[in-house]
Design a protein around this ligand. Structure first.
Ligand SMILES: [Zn+2]
Length: 73
């Protein structure tokens, strides 16, 4: 996934943060419906929309980490 695509996806997440949550173990953004993190199998999440938006912006501006799991595509 290119940085541009990442940024676009991050922007989309930032528009609807209530649909997502952030894994507290690996900082991945996942959909609210998942029970465990697809990346690290963690089960602790931060569902604060402000945190989701903040994390989306951070990940959207970085090359090295995945913004979201393929599950969201
Ligand atoms: Zn995780």
């Amino acid at each position: 996934m290119s940085l541009t695509e990442r940024a676009a996806k991050a922007a989309k997440i930032a528009e609807e943060p209530h649909l997502y949550k952030v894994c507290e173990a690996c900082d991945s953004i996942v959909t609210r419906r998942v029970a465990t993190c697809p990346s690290c199998h963690g089960y602790r999440f931060n569902e604060d929309p402000k945190v989701v938006v903040q994390q989306a912006k951070i990940l959207g501006s970085r090359e090295q980490r995945s913004v979201v799991t393929e599950d969201l595509l």
